[in-house]
Design a protein around this ligand. Structure first.
Ligand SMILES: Cc1ncc(COP(=O)(O)O)c(C=O)c1O
Length: 410
C-alpha cells in the first residue's frame, strides 16, 4: 500500500490531476464522529459546517451507517426502470412530511436525483413545461439577486450572482432577477411570460440573509393571483436546519415545488424535487430521467436520517440555537465590528464590518471548522447534535482572533 507524505503529496497530486475549481485548506480528514473530525495527524476539529449542511446528525451517525451497510449487503444499484423498496419508502415518507408541513389535504409527488443543482433543474423543467401548456407559452422564472441555486447552466442562470455567470455566457434565457425582500422589484421584472418565482427563504451562500415574512406572504398571494408556480429551494434550509422540517413552515405558506439535497441523503448524494398535486401531470413518460438519481444506498441513508429527526430533535435544535444566539450576542457586545447576527435554528450568520484576514485558516489551526460565504460573513451550519461545550469552544476561539483584529484597528 502506498503511504503518502500526506499534505505535500496531496497538494502536488491535486495540482497535477484535478481541474482546480476548489481552493482547499491544507488538511486531510480521515475520521469523523458526531460533532468532530480528525485529520491524518490525529488532530481533532470541532465541526461548525457539517460538510456544508450535509452530515446534520453528526459524522458517521451509527444508525445511518447501519442502514447503509445493510443496503450495501443487499443491492447497490438498479435502473429506475424497475421498482426498489429503498426509494419507495423514502418517497412515501417525504410526501407524508410535505403534506403535513404544507397543510394541504392533497398528495404530493417526488422526483429523485443526485444533487441540489439537479433537484432545481427538475423544478425549472417542471415550471417550463407547465408554462408551455399555457396558451401564452410562459417560460420566465423570477429569481433573486444574491441567490444560489447550483452550477448547471440553468441553475447558474437562476443564481442571481454575476460572479458565478462570468465567462459562461450565453446562459439559458428566461431568468429575471428581483431584489430580495423588495416586493416592488418583483413587479418590475414580471411579464406575461412569467411562469414561476423561485427563492431560498434564507439565502445561504448569499451570506445567511433571511426573507421577511411579509415579503413571502406577498409573493404567495402574487403567485396565486397570476397563476405562478412558487418554487422554494430548501436545499440548505430544509430537513431540520432551521428548527422545523422545512423552512417554509416558519412562513405559513404552501409552495408548489420544493427542492432538497444536502442533508436529505444522510451524507450520501441525493436530490429531491417535491411537487404539489396540481403539477402531478406536468411531466410524463420520457420528459425527464436519471441513471443514478434516487440511488438505493442514498435513499436508505435518507430514510434512516428522517426516522431520527423527531420532535425531540427539533426541540433540541431550537433550544441549543437559543444558547448559540445568546453567546453570539454576548460577543457582539464586546466587539464593535460585529454588525449583525442573523439566522434561524442552526443556520446562523455573523456579519462583520471589517475583513479579518485568514480567519477560517486560523480557526482551523485551533481545531475549529467555520466557513465564510462572503468576506465579512461567518456562517455556522453545525450538526444538530452540537453541544454547549462546542459552542463555548467556538466563542473562545473567535474571541482570540477578534481580540487580535480589535487591537490592529486604527
Ligand atoms: C440553496 C442551494 N441551492 C442549490 C445548491 C446546489 O446544490 P449542489 O451543490 O448539491 O448541486 C446549493 C449548494 O450550496 C444551495 O445552497
Amino acid at each position: 500500500m502506498k503511504h503518502y507524505d500526506y499534505l505535500n503529496d496531496f497538494v502536488n497530486i491535486e495540482k497535477e490531476n484535478f481541474i482546480s475549481v476548489f481552493k482547499r485548506y491544507p488538511i486531510c480528514f480521515v475520521k469523523g464522529k458526531g460533532n468532530y473530525l480528525w485529520d491524518h495527524n490525529g488532530k481533532k476539529y470541532t465541526d461548525f459546517l457539517s460538510g456544508i449542511s450535509v452530515c446534520v446528525l453528526g459524522h458517521c451517525n451509527k444508525q445511518i451507517c447501519k442502514a447503509v451497510k445493510k443496503q450495501l449487503d443487499n443491492l447497490l444499484h438498479v435502473s429506475n426502470i424497475f421498482y426498489n423498496e429503498s426509494q419507495l419508502k423514502l418517497a412515501k415518507k417525504l410526501n407524508e412530511l410535505f403534506k403535513l408541513a404544507s397543510k394541504k389535504n392533497e398528495n404530493s409527488k417526488v422526483f429523485f436525483s443526485n444533487s441540489g443543482a439537479e433537484a432545481n433543474e427538475a423544478a425549472i423543467k417542471i415550471a417550463r413545461k407547465f408554462g408551455n401548456q399555457d396558451e401564452k407559452k410562459r417560460f420566465e422564472i423570477i429569481t433573486f439577486n444574491n441567490s444560489f441555486h447550483g452550477r448547471t447552466l440553468a441553475t447558474l442562470a437562476a443564481t442571481g450572482q454575476k460572479k458565478f455567470h462570468d465567462g459562461f455566457e450565453p446562459l439559458p434565457e428566461g431568468f429575471k432577477y428581483a431584489d430580495f425582500n423588495n416586493f416592488e422589484s418583483i413587479k418590475k421584472v414580471y411579464s406575461t411570460k412569467t411562469i414561476a418565482i423561485m427563492l431560498e427563504l434564507i439565502q445561504g451562500e448569499g451570506g445567511v440573509c433571511i426573507a421577511d415574512k411579509n415579503f413571502i406572504k406577498k409573493i404567495e398571494s402574487f403567485c396565486k393571483e397570476k397563476n405562478l408556480i412558487l418554487i422554494v429551494d430548501e436545499i440548505q434550509t430544509g430537513i431540520g436546519r432551521t428548527g422545523k422540517m422545512f423552512a417554509f413552515e416558519h412562513y405559513n405558506i404552501s409552495p408548489d415545488i420544493i427542492t432538497l439535497a444536502k442533508a436529505i441523503g444522510g451524507g450520501l448524494p441525493l436530490g429531491v424535487t417535491i411537487i404539489q398535486n396540481k403539477l402531478k401531470n406536468v411531466l410524463t413518460y420520457g420528459n425527464h430521467g436519471t441513471t443514478f438519481g434516487g440511488n438505493l444506498v442514498s435513499c436508505a441513508a435518507g430514510f434512516e436520517m428522517l426516522n431520527q429527526l423527531d420532535n425531540k430533535k427539533f426541540k433540541y435544535i431550537r433550544k441549543i440555537s437559543l444558547y448559540f444566539f445568546e453567546k453570539l450576542n454576548e460577543l457582539k457586545q464586546e466587539y464593535d465590528f460585529i454588525k449583525e447576527i442573523r439566522g434561524k435554528g442552526l443556520m446562523i450568520g455573523l456579519e462583520l464590518t471589517i475583513e479579518i484576514p485568514n480567519l477560517v485558516q486560523n480557526c482551523l489551526e485551533k481545531g475549529l471548522i467555520i466557513n465564510m460565504p462572503k468576506p465579512k460573513v461567518i456562517r455556522f451550519l453545525p450538526p444538530y447534535s452540537i453541544q454547549k461545550k462546542d459552542i463555548d469552544f467556538l466563542i473562545e476561539t473567535l474571541r482570540i482572533f477578534f481580540d487580535k483584529a480589535s487591537s490592529s484597528l486604527p
